[in-house]
Design a protein around this ligand. Structure first.
Ligand SMILES: *Cc1c(COP(=O)(O)O)cnc(C)c1O
Length: 397
């Protein structure tokens, strides 16, 4: 125990990420040229137009006062127009939209805003780490909902014990999902809305990857389901959709009580996103609505093809995701997630993340992030191929 550090800290985060960092230092020490497919951080810049808008806004002296926690009405109105454009969902920018310093900010605080200590909430396993961490911060008891391959990584809502379902304050899910790269169709959202409505449970949906889908697939919003706004909110982020991860801008939309609760909490914590960044955010959303054609999906679709086709050729049978920047690869027989991740890093110099970093159900998988240029991805696949051959895992003959 550190001298200055709360016991709560002990409950946060997965030790696996620091373990991976340790392996990486070992691999660097033996001279490996590391290809990092670990962290899910976009490697490309935003569009020229968005950077110009930001540069202009940074030079405007009027933009240097405190912003407001909920964001400018201009940004929230652009979000409402984008929601209508993208999903045909009408939102009131005054009450049904709030701006966030990244959706991480919102995900970290929403449980605290809508739950009391001792409440229960339902989160997925595997899941994006802040989902479970936010419950720890809020003193909320998690019910982990297993997401299994045989069900397309969608939850079986009927497996949730009725007592838990009746007591839970919210259910949190995200599709297209990180780390699973699974997708949901409107039928699933309809089922989810019905399930939650019957129990007066809030739905929190994380749609960070809605603009990163392939083969013509267009992810839907849970708010498209009629009546969903009565019980659902949805997170979106400009980090992945527009390569603005470093700018910290995202938003929460939907049910006005839940949006209002997060706003009320955050108005005590922060003063919001730099106004210049909000202007750049408006430019990004407007640009997409104007049909500029700038988008991130095609870049990741090509990368996905290179990695999936390449791994299949060297005998690693991974499935081809319809969205996100991740491959969720089943570990070949004979290894645990951590063993193979460590060996791939130490002998091939490629960083991948053990699936159990995202929850127990992630055991038996590794997450590969498509966050390098095509050349480097090809090199990574070649090295992994050599590694597998040396270990006797070869192409099926
Ligand atoms: C990257 C990511 C986020 C967080 O993005 P921000 O940069 O904080 O907006 C949220 N959810 C998922 C699933 C992500 O992968």
């Amino acid at each position: 125990m550190k001298r200055f550090g709360s016991s709560r800290l002990q409950l946060l985060g997965s030790a696996i990420f620091s373990e991976v960092g340790q392996w990486r230092r070992e691999a660097e020490a033996v001279g490996h040229d590391i290809i990092d497919l670990g962290i899910g951080s976009p490697d490309r810049p935003p569009s020229e137009r968005v950077m110009e808008s930001l540069a202009g806004a940074v030079r405007n002296p009027a933009n240097y006062g405190y912003p407001t926690s909920e964001g400018t009405l201009e940004f929230r109105s652009a979000v409402a127009r984008w929601y209508d454009y993208r999903f045909g969902v009408k939102l009131d920018p005054e009450h049904e939209v709030t701006t966030l310093m990244g959706s991480q900010d919102g995900l970290a605080h929403l449980a605290m805003a809508v739950c009391d200590p001792g409440d229960t909430a339902i989160v997925p396993d595997p899941g994006y780490p802040i989902y479970a961490v936010s419950l720890v911060l809020a003193g909320v008891t998690p019910h982990l909902l297993p997401l299994r391959a045989e069900n397309g990584f969608l939850p079986r809502l009927d497996e949730i014990p009725e007592q838990t379902a009746a007591a839970a304050k919210f259910i949190l899910l995200g599709y297209p999902s990180n780390p699973l790269s699974a997708v949901a169709d409107i039928g699933f959202y309809e089922e989810l809305v019905e399930f939650a409505k019957r129990r007066n449970m809030l739905i929190i949906h994380d749609a960070a990857y809605s603009e990163m889908a392939f083969d013509g697939f267009r992810p839907r919003s849970v708010l498209e389901v009629p009546g969903a706004k009565e019980i659902a909110v949805e997170f979106h982020s400009l980090s992945k959709s527009f390569n603005l991860a470093g700018c910290r801008i995202a938003f929460l939309v939907g049910n006005k009580d839940a949006v209002g609760a997060l706003r009320a909490l955050k108005s005590n914590i922060d003063y919001g996103v730099f106004t210049a960044v909000q202007e750049a955010g408006i430019a990004a959303l407007e640009d997409q609505m104007a049909g500029s054609g700038w988008e991130v999906a095609s870049v990741y679709e090509r990368r996905r093809n290179i990695v999936v086709d390449g791994l299949r050729e060297v005998g690693w049978n991974v499935s081809k995701p319809k969205a996100t920047m991740f491959i969720w690869a089943p570990v070949p027989p004979g290894w645990t997630s951590r063993q193979i991740s460590r060996e791939i890093l130490l002998s091939a110099g490629v960083v991948v993340i053990p699936g159990d970093a995202f929850g127990e159900q992630g055991q038996g998988f590794v997450r590969i992030a498509l966050v390098q240029e095509e050349e480097r991805l090809m090199e990574a696949v070649r090295r992994i191929g050599r590694f597998l051959r040396d270990r006797g895992v070869g192409p099926a003959s």
